[in-house]
Design a protein around this ligand. Structure first.
Ligand code: ASP
Ligand code: MG
Length: 414
């Protein structure tokens, strides 16, 4: 029999009425003849509330007890959903991650899933039950409850779907899919029907926070199709899958769209070090110092001055890391006798993402042209095979997204 896996996020199981709605949807899938496994998050903001409680009793929580505490949120929603299903006449059982055979690394708070032992799960399915599993957790080799990182239920669901060899992992959430850009900025942003894992990861890291990035990585390893969709509607959402599946589904022999989506990241700050000596080891010293402070550096640009003796270096960090990064850069600048360190927190990063870019020359020049025509100055540029990013003035961020969305015709249904 075919197995389907549904995952419901915190808002979708946020109150008893919503849990009953979820039960109806799950029951429908079961009645359609599928074996159904459901993975749930904690209700609403439960996990945050548990962490607040924790902060009231200690400043220095023991990681083992942290996992013991925060894993309880999912247990509440799983048990309630199982009861709602039973009450609706649908046989169901809830299982903790450990009971469901989810084995993790021996690391508290952010373990990876190592394997899933399916015996119990298969037995319950064979008995005709819907199995509701707590997301976000598993057990380690000692039998301790382990959580897998905030937002990890998506990853639990994809890992279970992969282990069960389900055709697709349906992730139900409070958005109805992935959009070409933020619809609050561009009202005619379009819901994307198919997006590749790589593109989704880029858009997620660029601020489109819809899915736990590790769930997308896991899906790409196992070629698992993720269907991200709304728990309030029956409409299809966005399918996240491999480019070859996309090409087949879309009925196109060759991929066409150069740009799949546009992201705006406001959490950026720019730092420049002027007139560093131009010799081996300089970049390593600077970025070594930043790495030691655990500062994530994103874009890096080095420009050589005309005499070839000195180079200016510019890079971006998260806004929250700016102060630390400037301090570290100033230390290095002093040692190297660089001219000075300049910082600017008043910037944003706008990025075009699309796997089709590589085969379509002119994407970058079209981007730069559209920005120029609208008086938007580009301060830094970085590119990869599937992404072009520009750092611009923060106040022009939204305008940049609008003009680029239009320039690339993303509002048109493809
Ligand atoms: N409840 C957990 C969290 O809030 C896991 C999840 O929802 O995915 O981080
Ligand atoms: Mg989530």
């Amino acid at each position: 029999m075919s197995i389907i896996v549904h995952k419901y996020g915190g808002t979708s199981v946020g109150d008893p009425e919503k849990i009953k709605k979820v039960a109806e949807r799950v029951k429908k899938a079961k009645s359609a003849g599928y074996d159904v496994v459901v993975v749930v998050s904690a209700m609403g903001h439960t996990t945050d509330e548990l962490i607040e409680l924790m902060n009231c009793v200690t400043e220095n929580p023991d990681p083992r007890e942290y996992d013991m505490l925060v894993s309880t949120g999912e247990q509440v929603s799983a048990a309630l959903l199982a009861m709602a299903l039973q009450t609706a006449g649908c046989p169901a059982i809830s299982l903790t991650g450990g009971q469901a055979g989810v084995v993790t690394e021996d690391i508290y708070k952010k373990a990876r899933i190592k394997e899933i032992r399916l015996d119990r799960l298969k037995k319950e399915l064979k008995d005709g039950k819907v199995v509701v599993i707590t997301g976000f957790q598993g057990i380690d080799s000692k039998g301790d409850i382990i959580t897998i990182g905030r937002g990890g239920s998506d990853t639990s669901a994809v890992a279970l779907a992969a282990a069960l060899k389900a055709d697709v992992c349906d992730i139900y959430t409070d958005v109805d899919g992935v959009y070409t850009t933020d619809p609050r900025i561009v009202p005619d942003a379009r819901k994307i029907k198919y997006i590749s894992y790589e593109e989704m990861l880029e858009l997620a890291s660029l601020g489109a926070q819809v899915l736990h990035p590790r769930s997308v990585e896991c899906a790409s390893i196992y070629d698992m199709v993720i269907h991200l969709r709304s728990s309030l509607k029956d409409d299809e959402g966005t399918y996240i899958m491999s480019p070859s599946r996309i090409a087949k589904e879309a009925g196109k022999m060759e991929k066409t769209e150069a740009v799949r989506g546009i992201a705006l990241d406001d959490n950026v700050a720019k730092i420049g070090i002027l007139k560093m000596p131009d010799k081996p080891g300089i970049a390593s010293q600077l970025f070594g110092a930043l790495a030691k402070e655990k500062i994530n550096v994103d874009m890096i640009v080095q420009a050589i001055n005309s005499q070839g003796t000195h180079a200016d270096m510019a890079f971006t960090v998260e806004k929250t890391d700016l102060k630390k990064a400037v301090e570290a850069a100033e230390k290095v600048a002093r040692v190297l006798h660089a001219d000075k360190v300049v910082a600017d927190a008043d910037v944003s990063k706008v990025s075009l993402v699309g796997v089709g870019m590589v085969s379509q020359p002119g994407t970058a020049s079209k981007m730069f042209g559209a920005l120029a025509e609208n008086g938007i100055n580009i301060q830094m540029i970085s590119t990869s095979e599937i992404k072009i990013s520009c750092v611009i003035k923060a106040e022009q961020g939204k305008k940049a997204v609008k003009v680029l969305h239009q320039a690339f015709g993303l509002e048109k249904v493809s």
